[in-house]
Ligand binder design. Structure first.
Ligand code: NAD
Length: 480
């Protein structure tokens, strides 16, 4: 797959880079391509372009903005294969998951193409005779989007779709591990012919070097971020000086609860679907698997059988279920979680180590792992593992497991497997999580709000709520 020349996209055109950096394939360490290493001047130029484009874009008809989003969606589908292959090359996920990611990105564009036409205000009866109270909803202004490497295309689409629909303009800064998928996206944006300056791309090797220029700027009204909780907190502190609006989609630590009345086949296949997507590197991944003691043995046996059939390998190879972790740091974190579980009495039933030998030695592969006998004092019970590890925790009863599931500083996704309607209603209400899948391992959808409680974030993407994040409410009171 031929890749574009390293450049940033600013003011409707590609700006060749003075400096570049290499992007590596996590499966084998080979250089996939070069990306522009933008500096503060480039960041300021992108913000200037977005600022200049904002007034006309904010006034543009919602029908026209919707048409452009739909055109972008089609441009992505027209490039489905090269974009998916770029994602595989720099992110490592299996090709099937990369193809899904491109289609998933288009679902967000399609949803907000429609939703942008429903940015309704209100006319409210005034308590004072002769007064007329109108509530307008208007685009916030220039938004900066900072995105992670695990969904290098879809996380950008989730931000630009509502921003475009609302009438905001945007500067996108993708993760340094995966800038090339973003470049592919901007090729499609260029082909869709968005007005110059409405969408701009800045790639950079070091986020710290570019962040001040991107964020400490009075022209930036909104920061929308997906990534780790630690960096999310840094951005909130930075935004405080200007009181920029902030939306944060941060880390998760999802409980996956299997009651003894669950459909066991569905619970096992659901666990695999939730746990092993992107080798366990999704914010929605099941992280703590709670199994009722009455079915612990049966569930463990079935999970072991299913996990031992998973194929680890290069995402580009046919039949791969699990690709590499993103980098050495990720591998070290997953290894540390397994070592910690072992030292606290966990029993590693399968896996438990880096995949070694032959081609594996050139990448960051971890063998799919199941650990039984896990306890709440382990690292894997408290922190995001972000790797292909299934830690099994036993529980006795409903109240106990809800309390344990809620005893986390995170609150993004939670999963419950049960056939009891009353229990599914009770437990889903009591879980302190922004997203609950009841017998559903893949609850994320553009038609509903996506986001976390507690330290998993602020604000929502998707649904009607997603548009709100890019709108300000204005009260206009008339005497007439
Ligand atoms: P990260 O926080 O390290 O990086 C995310 C982005 O922030 C990257 O673009 C990076 O360059 C940038 N960044 C890093 N330090 C920065 C700084 N000091 N100032 C400004 N920008 C900075 O996260 P990651 O490792 O790329 O992504 C994994 C994390 O993202 C996990 O915690 C995962 O749960 C989370 N995530 C959350 C969601 C969600 O919707 N809630 C979705 C995907 C990923």
């Amino acid at each position: 797959v031929s890749l574009p020349q390293p450049a940033c996209y600013i003011g409707g055109g590609w700006q060749p880079a003075a400096n570049t950096f290499s992007v590596r394939n996590p499966a084998d360490g080979t250089i996939v391509g070069q990306a522009a290493d933008a500096g503060p001047e480039d960041a300021r130029a992108a913000i200037a372009a977005a600022t200049a484009a904002f007034p006309a874009w904010a006034d543009e008809s919602t029908v026209q903005r919707a048409a452009l989003l739909r055109r972008l969606s089609q441009e992505l589908l027209d490039r489905l294969d090269p974009i998916a292959r770029t994602i595989v090359a720099e992110q490592g996920k299996p090709l099937g998951q990369a193809l899904f990611e491109v289609r998933y990105a288009t679902q967000w564009l399609d949803w907000f193409a429609e939703e942008g036409r429903r940015a309704y205000g209100r006319v409210v009866p005034s308590p004072v005779p002769g007064k007329h109270v109108h509530v307008l909803r208007q685009p916030i202004g220039v938004a900066v989007a900072i995105t992670p490497w695990n969904f290098p295309l879809a996380m950008i689409a989730r931000k630009l779709a509502p921003a475009m629909a609302a009438g905001c303009t945007m500067v996108v800064k993708p993760a340094e591990q995966t800038p090339l998928s973003a470049v592919r996206l901007f090729e499609a944006i260029d082909a869709a012919q968005f007005p110059p300056g409405v969408l701009n791309l800045i790639t950079a090797a070091s986020p710290e070097a570019i962040a001040p220029a991107l964020l400490e700027d009075d022209r930036v009204a909104k920061i929308t971020f997906t990534g780790s909780t630690e960096v999310g907190k840094i951005l909130v502190r930075l935004s405080a000086d200007r009181l920029q609006r902030v939306s944060l989609e941060l880390g998760g630590q999802a409980p996956f609860i299997v009651f003894d009345d669950a459909d066991m086949d569905a619970a096992v296949s659901g666990l695999l679907a939730s746990k092993f997507q992107i080798a366990g590197q999704s914010c929605l991944c099941a992280n703590r698997i709670y199994v009722q003691t009455t079915v612990e043995e049966e569930f463990t046996e079935r999970v072991l059988r299913a996990v031992s059939a998973l194929k680890v390998g290069n995402g580009a190879a046919h039949g791969t279920d699990i690709g590499p972790l993103i980098d050495e740091r990720a591998l070290a974190k997953v290894s540390a979680h397994v070592a910690d579980a072992r030292s606290h009495g966990g029993r590693v039933l399968i896996g438990g180590e880096r995949a070694a030998g032959g081609d594996f030695d050139r990448g960051w592969f971890f063998v799919p792992t199941v650990v039984a006998g896990c306890t709440d004092d382990m690292l894997c019970a408290q922190e995001e593992t972000f790797g292909p590890v299934v830690p099994l925790f036993a529980f006795e009863e409903e109240d106990e497991v809800v309390a344990r599931a809620n005893s986390s500083r995170y609150g993004l996704a939670a999963y419950v497997y049960t056939k009891d309607l009353g229990r599914s209603l009770r437990v889903s209400r009591r879980l302190q999580y922004g997203i609950v899948g009841v017998n559903d391992p893949t609850p994320a959808t553009p038609v509903g709000p996506f986001g976390g409680f507690k330290e998993s974030g602020l604000g929502r993407e998707g649904g009607t709520e997603g548009l709100d994040e890019f709108l300000e409410s204005k009260l206009v009171s008339f005497i007439a």
